[in-house]
Design a protein around this ligand. Structure first.
Ligand code: SF4
Ligand code: SF4
Length: 439
């Protein structure tokens, strides 16, 4: 049966006895009370899903259930790989089921799964099939995909405004569209740091830090496009490829040693997905660039505050970086770092990955609590004053969650770049007319 139909499972009863290797085994002998009811399931939808390229591993599940307690969605709802597998066995068509849009591709289930059932591949494959077949796609996600296709960024903002944030950074930021030439580092700012007001704060903070370190870097300005890795995981591989076709020639036109990005999702695309298409770049998250250089920073303003850190799924679990952010936080004078119960490999998910950033209304309709709300409660339980982040999705997600959970006044959200910048004296510590040093 093609993915799409639900079939009533016929019900049968266990045979009263069976001859096995010449021995008669009776159901009565084997069961304490009565013979079992046996259901004959239609596994067609499960097999159809497993036939999609990338989704093969859904068939490998043997039902151990290890994945459910670590799935961040199950903690706030009724969803986990084992539960999904069971629904598929019972005839559910995932392509028409709300579960299709719940997985954030955080990767925590894969970490514990003995059979390597990989939801970070299964879900994008199923979503791509749903989009291709014209199945229902949540409105908010459709809008995000449309904006990405039209403007090259998910915010639907003008590409010409990409570098507007630099004007109030307090230091010059070299826009390679206007000041071409070789740089050591190419900073891919990505969408939320380019356009969101709170992302702009972190981008300006990083510019001031890079300035103090005297690093030679530039941005692509209007030439930048999103890497669209989350759009890929939301099922739009074609859109990912379209963005890649626009961005790669721009990258190849530039002369640089390494790409630095604030966005773990962009980093994931550069390190893991671009090579599949033959595009290889050296790429670093900004915390990885700064961590070995932190001793060169001249801190002037101790931050007497208790901070807890949220590991972004696509920096930590997906790309193995847990230490660089912590090293930066621990270098800030006065700052006390405390860990949440779920951290590092077992970090909770903010809910923004895998397209979740643009599925909040859908997820809210199928869970008891938003993932970001759950996470800010966990952060507050540590007694921290500040929740430190280093993924552009997280500041706005967690600030909204702090408002909706009534934690305003108790917990603040700051990007690590903002915390470093504050300890360095912030905008006041740099002369507005100073140009970014080029080494
Ligand atoms: S951990 Fe893997 S094998 Fe076990 S139930 Fe979950 S998906 Fe299936
Ligand atoms: S990838 Fe994360 S959200 Fe998706 S099923 Fe696995 S644990 Fe749950």
């Amino acid at each position: 049966m093609p993915i799409g139909g639900q079939k009533q499972s016929p019900v049968a009863h266990e045979a009263p006895s069976a001859l096995v290797d010449g021995f008669e085994l009776t159901a009565k002998w084997n069961r304490q009370y009565e013979s079992r009811v046996i259901e004959d399931y239609d596994c067609g939808p499960l097999f159809d899903l497993a036939a999609l390229p990338g989704a093969e591993s859904i068939e490998w599940c043997f039902g151990c259930g290890k994945c459910v307690p670590v799935c961040p969605v199950d903690l706030v709802g009724e969803y986990g790989p084992r539960k999904l597998h069971r629904k598929l066995q019972l005839g559910t068509d995932l392509l028409d089921d709300p579960d299709l849009w719940l997985c954030t591709t955080c990767g925590n289930c894969l970490r514990v799964c003995p059979k390597l059932v990989d939801m970070t591949q299964i879900m994008p494959a199923a979503r791509e099939a749903a989009i291709d077949q014209g199945r229902a796609v949540p409105d908010e996600l459709q809008q995000a995909l449309h904006a990405t296709a039209k403007y090259g960024n998910v915010m639907g903002a003008s590409p010409r405004r990409r570098s507007a944030w630099t004007k109030t950074a307090g230091v010059a930021v070299r826009d390679l569209q206007h000041e071409p030439g070789a740089v050591r580092y190419l900073l891919l700012v990505e969408d939320y740091w380019s356009y969101h007001p709170r992302g702009n704060d972190a981008a300006r903070a990083l510019a001031r830090i890079l300035h103090q370190l005297g690093l030679d870097y530039g941005i692509l300005g209007a030439g930048e496009r999103t890497l669209a890795d989350s759009q890929r995981l939301a099922g739009e591989k074609g859109l990912f490829e379209l963005m890649m076709e626009q961005l790669v020639p721009e990258l190849e036109r530039q002369d640089f040693e390494a790409i630095v990005t604030a966005d773990p999702h962009a980093l994931n695309a550069l390190l893991k997905v671009y090579p599949e298409y033959g595009h290889r770049f050296t790429a670093l998250h900004y915390t990885q660039l700064l961590a070995p250089l932190v001793d060169q920073l001249s801190f002037t303003t101790p931050l007497k505050t208790k901070v807890t850190f949220h590991d972004p799924c696509y920096l930590g679990r997906q790309n193995g970086e847990y230490e660089a952010p912590r090293r930066l936080l621990q270098a800030i004078p006065g700052l006390e770092l405390v860990e949440m119960m779920r951290s590092r490999e077992n970090s909770y998910c903010c809910g923004g990955g895998g397209g979740g950033m643009w599925l909040d209304a859908h997820v809210a309709g199928h869970t008891r609590e938003r993932l970001a709300e759950r996470r800010v409660r966990e952060a507050a339980q540590t007694g921290a004053d500040v929740l430190a982040v280093c993924c552009p999705y997280e500041v706005s997600r967690f600030e909204d969650a702090i408002k909706s959970t009534g934690l305003e006044g108790q917990l603040q959200v700051r990007d690590i770049a903002e915390l470093l910048d504050a300890a360095l004296g912030g905008a006041a510590a740099v002369a507005p007319e100073t140009s970014a040093a080029v080494s």
